[in-house]
Design a protein around this ligand. Structure first.
Ligand SMILES: NC(=O)c1ccc[n+]([C@@H]2O[C@H](COP(=O)([O-])OP(=O)(O)OC[C@H]3O[C@@H](n4cnc5c(N)ncnc54)[C@H](O)[C@@H]3O)[C@@H](O)[C@H]2O)c1
Ligand SMILES: [Zn+2]
Ligand SMILES: [Zn+2]
Length: 403
């Protein structure tokens, strides 16, 4: 089959690889009809490269049809149309019973003392083959799937794997009080979807980014928007002015470890590129390697006693935090990978023909799998206004369609 493979730092290629096989009675194989590129894939493209192996298959946002099932896959059947959550979880362990699926005790990656295994997300998360491929082996398949009806296009459902539950959890964790305000830092797919969800729930949203195209997109959607670069050190003060002098009740950080505006750590991330893996790995695991500009902005901006919901991924072990501000301001902070299936029943009623969240037109680029290297590069270099790219692994067509 054809698959998007990691070949080195900033080197992604579509290659012929062996078809996946059932390995465990709990496995299923799906034929992938749509699969997205995610902001999280870019962390592997660069800062987390030390934990990747040449030939690893990328991707964690696939959907398709069940092609084969092992004998222990519950009620999953060949021919079912399914979206696959980005995390692999069993549904039955103690953590899964608490609906903390990203902490699943059956799939936790104990070698690194990490949470549940993830598809296509480096050795740190179990080294499982990812979903940017024509076929995918799904471990713990009896639980690790979301059944969706036949009929509507893939674009209706494909974001149930990641963007929708991640954005939904970000808004839930922000716990915005009635008639309250929510600032969202980072207007990539995750932040912009969180803005759409919050505003659908009647929450006042202040949307913030540094990227001109993301800013103009958010303006076109009717959000109150701030340009973080334009306001610089005054950003928190400007947000306070907009919210009775106190600051927003909650702030979502949908930026994460590659925040723009953190030059010192940016140099460490870049430096790690040139180190052998044996040196880069301990550096990445023990040092403060995240660019923290967005999180610092969130801490400054949120009102006293307010909540910060961190959904952007961080990876450093010793990142400096302004404890005095956080303690004095009496902040609450919630974070983590999204517990995907925790939110499916809340989201599904919004994936209707009238499409209140605009999922069917959410992708900026739709193309065949073969276009992945170009799209990764464009995404990384912020060229061509790549916002969300959706790949069709069995498509015949050869050119990227941009809406
Ligand atoms: N928690 C989860 O389960 C989960 C799931 C998916 C993605 N993520 C993470 O969420 C984050 C966002 O994902 P995405 O796909 O939207 O990524 P993205 O890279 O498309 O979006 C990030 C946005 O942040 C903006 N930005 C950079 N620095 C900023 C700053 N200092 N202030 C304000 N905005 C700034 C960028 O211009 C960009 O628009 C990533 O870290 C990704 O790994 C987390
Ligand atoms: Zn993702
Ligand atoms: Zn479990």
């Amino acid at each position: 089959m054809r698959a998007v493979t990691w070949q080195g730092r900033q080197d992604v290629r579509v290659e012929n690889v062996p078809d996946p096989q059932l390995e465990q009675p709990t496995d299923a194989i799906i034929r992938v009809t749509s699969t997205n590129i995610c902001g999280s894939d870019l962390h592997l493209y660069e800062p987390l490269a030390a934990f990747m192996h040449r030939g690893d298959i990328l991707g964690h946002e696939p959907m398709g049809y069940v092609e084969e099932v092992g004998p222990d896959c519950g009620d999953l059947k060949v021919g079912d149309r399914v979206v696959i959550p980005f995390q692999i979880s069993c549904g039955g362990c103690w953590m899964c019973q608490q609906q903390l699926y990203t902490q699943c005790e059956t799939t936790q990656v104990r070698a690194y003392d990490n949470g549940a295994a993830l598809f296509g997300y480096s050795e740190l998360y179990g080294g499982y083959a990812g979903g940017q491929a024509q076929y995918l082996r799904v471990p713990q398949a009896g639980f690790t799937h979301i059944k969706v009806p036949d009929g509507p296009p893939d674009e209706r459902f494909v974001y149930l794997s990641d963007v929708l539950p991640t954005a939904w959890q970000a808004v839930e964790y922000a716990e915005v009080p009635k008639d309250g305000s929510l600032a969202i830092l980072g207007l990539g797919p995750v932040g912009q979807m969180a803005a759409r969800i919050a505003s659908h729930q009647g929450i006042r949203v202040i949307a913030i980014d540094v990227d001109p195209s993301r800013i103009s997109q958010a303006r076109a959607l009717g959000f109150e928007v701030l340009d973080s670069d334009e306001h610089g050190d005054e950003l928190a003060a400007v947000a306070r002015e907009m919210t009775d002098g106190r600051g927003p009740d909650a702030v979502i950080d949908a930026v994460g470890m590659e925040a723009h505006g953190s030059t010192a750590v940016s140099a460490i991330q870049k430096g790690a590129e040139f180190l052998p893996d044996s040196v880069a790995r301990p550096l990445m695991l023990r040092a403060g390697v995240d660019r923290m500009a967005a999180l610092y902005a969130a801490i400054e901006m949120v009102r006293r006693g307010g909540t910060i919901s961190i959904v952007g991924v961080y990876g450093g072990a010793a990142d400096p935090l302004p404890m005095v501000r956080m303690f004095d301001k009496q902040l609450q902070i919630r974070m983590g990978q999204a517990n995907v299936k925790r939110w499916t029943d809340d989201i599904m009623p919004l994936l209707t023909d009238d499409d209140p969240l605009g999922v069917e037109t959410f992708a900026s680029h739709i193309g065949p799998l073969e276009e992945a290297p170009l799209l990764y590069r464009a995404f990384q270099e912020k060229k061509g206004n790549v916002f969300k790219a959706l790949l069709k692994p069995h498509a015949e067509q050869n050119s990227v369609v941009s809406s």
